[in-house]
Design a protein around this ligand. Structure first.
Ligand code: ADP
Ligand code: MG
Length: 606
């Protein structure tokens, strides 16, 4: 029997209702005649408090609240890939040019099921455990047997999904099984009989409560990088698969461009992009680009392996609060199929503001900055769901999280930035001055960090970049020295500085301009493979060594920076494309030649 209550009080997205029925905490409810979607967020003796995920205008005391008997859940299935949803995974019907006016029909629950090609991987009589693989799922127009040699990754082909036994279901024996063929997402494909004789059906899709982390067999160490194609990230502040990064930055410093660039080029199988409280037209631009962009991994539009969750600034504020959990639940669903997932959230500050607004309506005691006292633990709950795991089916999958933070007036000491810092592995701090100088990505090399670098050195080593860790440290040290010396240079002037310090400034300039600077809009440089990054890193390393050597021989550092080779290395990012290793080698040879020539000239002149 469904529980019922009667609305007594409404304030924005929050309402109270009188009841003597037993509602569950976090139960999904239908509110009013329009059956608006809500969630029970507080249960008292004769009253429940409900957070409504739609516009509550027009509701009034007396309106009915009807329970559903289950926790607020979303339906996870193959149909979500390549689509755009609101914060509760309800499909947004959208003309992409017009996201600002996109809306979800009031009371709308979930996407209507679509059809997929299913191919069983078990037989009648087999035993299946929770999270076990029932079969392969692909688009209905895909080649029927293409799944044969597919390992689940997107390697050059269309992504094949899996149908799994829901992780919270009981183990059992397969007693009925659909044949390979095309089938609706919600139709039964398999019936299991549990040990105690119960029978239940499995479909291609299943429901899962958004706030409940999906189980995995175990967490795996973070020793594989999630490559972003951005040199400053992959080489200086790398994120591991299953890792977390926070991107704080004031208005216009490049948070959105950075998240989008990483979404486009990172080596994840699936992208979950949560547009949270930011402008609708920005997200519309992203969608248009993702539709156009041919994905290098599959040769199809990038949008095909992306899930967009949109709660732009014009949509109800409480759905924004849920969107973060919806996003991470969707990400875990793909992780459980043995895929690597990257989740981008832009911006977690807008999410925290939604939390603050709802908390205020509830009359909770405000903490720092007006945010509720549980802000910190909510942030922890979110970031802790990032992981690289062994799935229940014994495969490997991961969810990596990157969240933008927009601190008001760029002040990084505010609560959201501050608390987030405690829970992430990497901080990619955007710097207003770098952005103003149009130095992109405007990630500041001294205020940013990565706690994952040590664990990833071995991976770079195995890829043949044996000096990765050494060069990384060298670069960071030079950049630190630069900051100190720049101050001195401003006081006493560069010319008055000792040669060693002048050389440091030249090397740091090279690292900044030739390596860290990378335009998201350059056809050649918007993305760099680890091979290209390693070659560039080595070349700059050779320059630094050459500078040291010449200095020992008494050659002034300006002789090196005036040489054409220096300028050529400076421009290599924009000029030498992926795969043109010969030109990189040529540059290396030129550098050795220049060093020899400068040394000889110097000997002759003294
Ligand atoms: P935010 O989201 O932090 O407010 P945006 O990401 O919208 O800022 O960036 C503002 C502008 O800065 C962009 O429109 C673009 O012109 C420029 N920009 C930011 N990042 C880059 C980048 N990596 N490469 C080139 N231009 C960039
Ligand atoms: Mg932005």
């Amino acid at each position: 029997m469904t529980a019922r209550a009667t609305t007594t009080w409404i304030s924005g997205p929050v309402l109270r209702a009188a009841t003597d029925a037993g509602f569950l905490m976090r139960e999904a409810v239908a509110v009013g005649e329009q059956r608006l979607l809500g969630e029970v967020i507080r249960v008292a003796r004769n009253e429940i408090t409900v957070q409504v995920y739609e516009d509550t205008s027009g509701l009034r005391p007396g309106d009915p609240v009807e329970g559903s008997g289950r926790l607020l859940s979303i339906r996870l299935g193959p149909g979500i890939l390549g689509h755009i949803f609101d914060g509760l995974l309800r499909p947004i019907d959208v003309d992409i040019g017009d996201l600002d006016s996109a809306w979800v029909r009031p009371g709308m629950r979930e996407a209507s099921p679509s059809r997929f090609r299913f191919r069983p991987r078990v037989d009648v009589g087999d035993r299946l455990a929770p999270g076990g693989i029932v079969g392969e799922v692909s688009a209905p127009d895909s080649v029927p047997d293409a799944a044969d040699d597919d390992d689940g990754s997107a390697g050059g082909r269309r992504l094949h999904q899996r149908c799994l036994v829901p992780p919270d279901a009981a183990p059992g024996e397969v007693i009925e099984l659909a044949d390979a063929g095309i089938i609706a997402e919600d139709a039964a494909i398999c019936t299991l009989r549990t040990d105690d004789g119960r029978e239940y059906d499995i479909a291609l899709s299943h429901h899962w409560p958004v706030r409940l982390p999906r189980p995995a067999a175990k967490r795996l160490p973070a020793d594989e990088p999630m490559l972003t194609g951005q040199r400053i990230l992959d080489c200086l502040f790398p994120i591991a698969r299953g890792g977390t990064a926070s991107i704080p930055g004031g208005f216009g410093t490049g948070k959105t461009v950075l998240l989008e660039t990483v979404a486009k080029w990172c080596d994840a199988d699936v992208i979950v992009y949560v547009g949270c409280g930011e402008r609708g037209n920005e997200l519309a631009g992203l969608l248009a680009e993702f539709l156009e962009l041919d994905d290098p991994r599959t040769g199809r539009p990038l949008l095909d392996r992306t899930v967009v969750i949109a709660n732009t600034s014009n949509m109800p504020v409480s759905a924004r609060e849920a969107s973060i959990y919806t996003g991470i639940t969707v990400a875990e669903y793909f992780r459980d199929q043995g895929l690597d997932v990257a989740l981008m959230a832009d911006s977690t500050s807008r999410w925290a503001e939604a939390l603050r607004e709802v908390s205020g309506r509830l009359g909770e005691l405000p903490g720092e900055g007006g945010y509720p006292a549980y802000l910190s633990s909510r942030l922890a709950d979110f970031y802790e769901r990032a992981a690289r795991v062994e799935t229940l089916a014994g495969e490997r999958g991961s969810v990596s999280i990157m969240g933008a933070v927009s601190p008001p007036s760029g002040d990084f000491s505010e609560p959201v930035t501050n608390h987030t810092r405690r829970y992430v592995d990497c901080l990619w701090a955007l710097d207003v001055r770098r952005a103003q100088a149009r130095f992109y990505p405007a990630i500041h090399p001294l205020t940013s960090y990565s706690n994952s670098a040590a664990g990833l050195a071995r991976w770079w080593h195995s890829e043949g970049c044996t000096r990765w860790e050494t060069l990384r440290r060298r670069f960071l040290t030079l950049l630190e020295d630069e900051a100190r010396l720049e101050r001195m240079a401003r006081i006493i002037g560069r010319d008055a500085m000792p040669v060693r310090q002048r050389l440091t400034l030249i090397c740091a300039q090279l690292i900044n301009q030739a390596f860290l600077r990378q335009s998201a809009f350059s056809d050649i440089d918007r993305y760099a493979t680890p091979q290209r990054q390693a070659v560039m890193m080595r070349l700059i390393g050779s320059f630094i060594d050459a500078g040291d050597k010449l200095l020992e021989q008494g050659v002034p550092p300006e002789h090196i920076s005036d040489a054409p080779t220096f300028r050529a290395i400076m421009r290599m990012g924009e000029e030498i494309p992926e795969g043109d290793w010969e030109r990189f080698s040529e540059l290396d040879r030129e550098l050795s030649g220049t060093v020899r020539r400068l040394a000889e000239e110097h000997v002759r002149s003294t």
